[in-house]
Design a protein. Structure first.
Length: 373
């Protein structure tokens, strides 16, 4: 029986383990020197002045929504083709997500559709670098400037990506990274707000720590949360961040192996990376040709799993999630490009230490499975 190939697998080196062990032997396990070091490292990668470490990407997004003062009645233009946290951070504060359809060539929001969706109630744009694709971020920034809107970049999937000479995390008012184990670098669970705005950084720092101000231990200036990152997670993150270039190069190499292996398979589209060398590869998402329906995509996943190949649908559109339908009255047919794509996409195994043999095994099982559709 050939070895199965997992969907993802973190890239943990001996130096990362050493950094965690040393932290466990230190007196500080929360809010200490490792958190600061990790914050500085990520801020530098994003070309920002501040990094504020938190316990998840979702927490980071929530803090940004609060810090940007987005609340009841404020419309925020965002994508239905993302992980639910992109929308949830708005729903937490009763701000209103206004979905626009995506550009089929990047899977990111269509900037034209974004501009057309702007109204008097629009207060912000919340775009996502879907799967690490940097396409259009300069255009969202131009739109935000033109219409005097806030721009919150959900760069949870794009650490280390670039658009020309601009790094992911450098667009708009602030950005948020995430460090779940399938991400480019991981802290187990974790996230980071990045910004150049001193006030926003101070607010995020206070709100992640129960709204404390800096004057005294139990002095709370505002409503806050416990969104702190532990020193143990930060130590892992700081060690991983030192290896980011190496990790991204390995992921680009795996994407190259896939391109080589699957480029000629007529039944699928490869991931739509605008500039593959500048993208930060997060997941490897293929799409079945339009002549296949969603039932066949699901059957394909079943066959892959039976053959020991990890896979998942990526993404189920946010506007079709049951609670979003209920809260916002959204329904099928509203965003036809998103829906057409989401019905046919699936993530294949992808991680930095994936071998040529594993890529070949995925190809063999995938091609056999496609023949059975
Ligand atoms: C686009 C996007 N936004 C937000 C998040 C939320 O991050 P977390 O799972 O760390 O809360 C993720 C993580 O999967 C994501 O991919």
């Amino acid at each position: 029986m050939p070895e199965s190939v997992p969907l993802s697998s973190p890239d943990i080196a001996p130096a990362d383990i050493q950094a965690v062990m040393e932290t466990l032997q230190s007196p500080r396990l929360s809010i200490g020197p490792r958190t600061e070091a990790f914050e500085q490292a990520v801020a530098k990668i994003a070309g920002r002045r501040h990094g504020v470490a938190v316990n998840s990407g979702t927490s980071g997004l929530h803090l940004c929504v609060r810090a940007l003062d987005l609340g009841p009645g404020d419309q925020v233009i965002t994508t239905p083709f993302s992980f639910v946290a992109t929308t949830n951070c708005l729903l937490f504060e009763n701000a209103r997500p206004v979905f626009v359809d995506i550009d089929p060539d990047s899977y990111n929001m269509d900037p034209q559709a974004v501009e057309e969706a702007i109204t008097d109630q629009t207060k912000a744009i919340l775009p996502v670098e879907v799967f690490g694709n940097m396409a259009h971020f300069d255009r969202y920034e131009a739109l935000a400037k033109k219409h005097n809107l806030r721009l919150l970049e959900d760069c949870c999937e794009a650490l280390g990506g670039r658009l020309g000479d601009r790094p992911a995390g450098s667009f708009g008012d602030c950005g948020v990274f995430a460090f779940y184990p399938n991400k480019q670098i991981t802290t187990g669970e974790g996230g980071m707000v990045v910004t150049d705005d001193d006030k926003l950084a101070d607010l995020a720092r206070s709100m992640r720590n129960q709204g404390r101000d800096t004057s005294a231990w139990l002095s709370h200036a505002r409503l806050g949360y416990n969104y702190r990152m532990s020193e143990i997670s930060a130590a892992l993150g700081a060690a991983q961040a030192q290896r980011l270039d190496e990790i991204l190069a390995k992921r680009r190499n795996v994407a190259g192996m896939y391109r080589q292996a699957l480029g000629e398979v007529a039944e699928i589209h490869l991931p739509p990376m605008a500039q593959p060398q500048q993208a930060s590869w997060f997941v490897y998402v293929i799409r079945l040709a339009d002549r296949y329906g969603p039932g066949q995509r699901d059957r394909l996943m079943e066959l892959l799993r039976q053959g020991g190949i990890g896979c998942n649908p990526y993404f189920v559109p946010i506007h079709l999630q049951p609670y979003v339908r209920q809260m916002l009255g959204t329904r099928a047919g509203q965003f036809p490009i998103t829906e057409r794509i989401a019905e046919r996409t699936l993530a294949l195994p992808f991680f930095s230490n994936m071998s040529q043999e594993q890529v070949s095994r995925v190809k063999t099982v995938l091609c056999e499975a496609i023949k059975k559709l």
